[in-house]
Design a protein around this ligand. Structure first.
Ligand code: ADP
Ligand code: MG
Length: 242
């Protein structure tokens, strides 16, 4: 796989639904190849920010830059961003192979390189022996691996993960976050991992941002947030298991 490492910058991003301000003057710079966690309670605006980066949500103010280039007006299909959701969103009637191949088929990828890329993506997540199964014949963890394979197979510039482990039970979640971390290290892909679980963020991310009510409270390493929280919210959210 040929993956470029890109930086991502959000400058003064604000977004409202009607009169409700959901994101308020958000500023972040994510470095090339960084595993960045976006941490915050339910309703804080995490998914909204992720969808905005993918191009599914339009913001009212501010700019979004990939490698310094303004992508604010670029439609989703031209952003080359890969997104993985909590509920996997696999096609139930298709085999694992066809699920993973889907994005490449849409792009009219030549047959030989399609075969090579799908095989490589399945191997990357350890599912090479499951290619002919259907999603219903897989465990939750395996389904999420298919979703990851399907996303990285298109060689995205950015990997966006929206609470990808929330549907899994606790033990599997711990195992999967290790896998996620290894996958990200292997690919070196700039990654934003949205979670409401502070432990998940702290054990995976190079750096993280804490969001509350649409306002970024602090950005930094796990150690920095834990040792020097910027305010009470960060102190209680990062310091307490939930
Ligand atoms: P999180 O992912 O952190 O749980 P969301 O980004 O989903 O938070 O939501 C942030 C806020 O925006 C919530 O108050 C939610 O109700 C509101 N919201 C999200 N999507 C919409 C929408 N399409 N229309 C109106 N309000 C929305
Ligand atoms: Mg969400």
């Amino acid at each position: 796989m040929h993956l470029n490492k890109v930086s991502l910058e959000a400058r003064h991003i604000s977004l409202s639904y009607g009169s409700t301000e959901v994101l308020k003057d958000v500023n972040i710079r994510i470095e090339p190849g960084e595993f960045f966690a976006l941490l915050g309670p339910s309703g804080s605006g995490k998914s909204t920010l992720l969808r905005l980066i993918a191009g599914f949500n339009q913001h009212q103010r501010g700019e979004l830059l990939i490698d310094g280039k303004d992508i604010t007006g670029t439609p989703p299909h031209l952003r080359n961003v890969g997104m993985v959701f909590q509920n996997y969103a696999l096609w139930p009637h298709m085999t694992v192979w066809d699920n993973v191949a889907f994005g490449l088929v849409e792009r009219k990828e030549p047959k030989e390189s399609l075969r090579r890329k799908v095989a490589a993506a399945l191997e990357l997540v350890g599912l090479q022996d499951y290619a002919q199964r259907r999603p219903s014949q897989l465990s939750g963890g395996q389904q999420q691996r298919v979703a990851l394979a399907r996303t990285v197979v298109i060689e995205p510039k950015l990997l966006l993960l929206d609470e990808p482990l929330s549907n899994l039970d606790k033990n599997l979640r711990v195992q999967m976050r290790e896998e996620l971390k290894n996958l990200q290290r292997t690919l070196g892909l700039t990654t934003i991992f949205v979670t409401h679980d502070q432990e998940e963020a702290m054990t995976t991310a190079d750096r993280m941002a804490v969001l509350d009510k649409g306002v970024l409270q602090q950005v930094g390493t796990a150690a920095a947030l834990f040792d020097f929280p910027a305010n009470r919210f960060v102190a209680s959210f990062v310091g307490t298991a939930n």
